[in-house]
Design a protein around this ligand. Structure first.
Ligand SMILES: NC(=O)c1ccc[n+]([C@@H]2O[C@H](COP(=O)([O-])OP(=O)(O)OC[C@H]3O[C@@H](n4cnc5c(N)ncnc54)[C@H](O)[C@@H]3O)[C@@H](O)[C@H]2O)c1
Length: 380
């Protein structure tokens, strides 16, 4: 198991290794960022966890030796979560069909996980993987994204609905899984009719992606009533950070798309008016929410918004990214994106109360980390 020393320098930050993009951390980060206002966690030699934040370490120790399944673990969020689990001593099985994930995302932990390359839509694969690994916790992240769901709604439904049912059936058969942590999305609400949006807000999704994610939530609720399956569903909002795809045609996030364009000196294209209000959440905060959700029984069998308290519109984001990166390029406006939601304004009060969730990374800090990471990877 890896060890950590946590150093706090002038404030809070995500503790991200900018050299490898890992939420685990390397010594070199310390030297790179010695004047950066961030809380850093750095790798030391093998041994016990060392951190001033004892409560968090004690919690993480509960993952030691725990068997976890991470679907979509070679993807953006899933790979960070996998690393964190491995660092905490969990035995992790990743299932990923590599449709959007890459093996390289798991390079830091490749010798300490089992990777099953295949689709959760494959009933036999899902069943045998669960039977062999007997996971105590399932973190379910495998999904197509919003853009891909518009290109192929059947594929989206197959992965999100059939894939989910395959996993739920498989865990019922082995009867070893304590809880199923499901990655949902703020897109289940559709355009808000109330602000802020609490979890009780009506769900009227505006994309195939939102529809299938809404259906998945309902299956979880009903599976709990029918079979007692324990679950917790986390509705994320505009997650960003290292390793997020910048591929515009397959639904890359706006931050990596803008960042790559800025560093290449290209103009930024804002879809529609640029007045779309967003709530960008740094990936380490989403990873933390997954861990808290898995460990806090009292939050199980419900749905939670996982976001930040900061709001920004896309045009202002483009300007902020220019400021943080120190690169200026022209801004162009393109057509509105189909299925786009104009306003995200989630309340995170329920997650704060029930699981102790509190986002730690401000947008400005998160962008600074992201640019550092991106610049370091572009140099390699
Ligand atoms: N990134 C965000 O802003 C955001 C927002 C809300 C919700 N979410 C949810 O979080 C989860 C992770 O998203 P991400 O941003 O890391 O996306 P991602 O595309 O990087 O990760 C998804 C992973 O699932 C894998 N996958 C897709 N279909 C599969 C299948 N049939 N079988 C096995 N693996 C499959 C992909 O190869 C990929 O590695 C998804 O469920 C997504 O809907 C993400």
């Amino acid at each position: 198991m890896s060890n950590f020393v946590q150093l706090t320098m002038n404030g809070a930050g995500p503790g991200l290794c900018l050299t490898c993009g890992s939420l685990r951390h390397c010594f070199i980060t310390l030297y790179l960022l010695s004047d950066y206002p961030a809380k850093l966690t750095v790798h030391t030699s093998e041994g016990a966890l060392m951190s001033p934040d004892k409560s968090r370490d004690q919690d993480l120790r509960r993952f030691s030796e725990m068997r976890a399944l991470v679907t979509g673990g070679a993807g953006f969020i899933g790979s960070h979560l996998t690393e964190r689990l491995v660092d905490a001593g969990a035995k992790v099985l990743v299932i990923d069909d590599m449709s959007n994930g890459v093996q390289q995302n798991l390079s830091a932990v490749k010798d300490r996980i089992t990777l099953r390359r295949g689709s959760i839509v494959d009933t036999a694969l899902a069943r045998s993987a669960v039977k062999e690994h007997e996971p105590e916790i399932v973190f379910h992240l495998a999904a197509r994204n919003l853009v891909m769901s518009i290109k192929d709604a059947r594929e989206d439904a197959a992965v999100t609905i059939i894939g989910l049912l395959n996993l739920l059936d498989a865990i019922r058969q082995t009867d070893r899984t304590e809880t199923f942590v499901h990655s949902s999305t703020g897109s289940v609400y559709g355009e808000p009719v109330e602000s802020p949006q609490t979890e009780k807000h009506s769900r009227t999704p505006t994309s195939p992606y939102g529809i299938s994610k809404m259906a998945a939530e309902d299956y979880l609720r009903v599976w709990n009533k029918l079979y007692g399956t324990q679950y917790v569903a986390l509705r994320y909002y505009n997650v960003y950070g290292p390793r997020q795809s910048a591929n515009e045609s397959t639904g890359g996030g706006v931050i990596p798309v803008f960042a790559n364009r800025l560093l290449a000196g290209q103009p930024l294209t804002v879809d529609g008016t640029g007045k779309q209000q967003r709530c960008f959440t740094y990936v380490s905060d989403v990873v933390k929410a997954n861990l808290l959700a898995a460990l806090n029984r009292k939050c199980w069998c419900d749905f939670y918004n996982i976001a930040t308290t900061e709001r920004i519109d896309v045009l202002s984001l483009a300007k902020l990214m220019m400021e943080v990166s120190g690169v200026k390029t022209p801004i162009k406006f393109g057509p509105e994106r189909p299925g786009d939601i104009m306003r995200f304004d989630p309340s995170i009060e329920l997650a704060a109360r029930r699981m102790g969730y509190a986002p730690e990374v401000s947008l400005r800090d998160g962008l600074a980390f992201y640019f550092e990471w991106l610049r370091s990877t572009r140099k390699q």
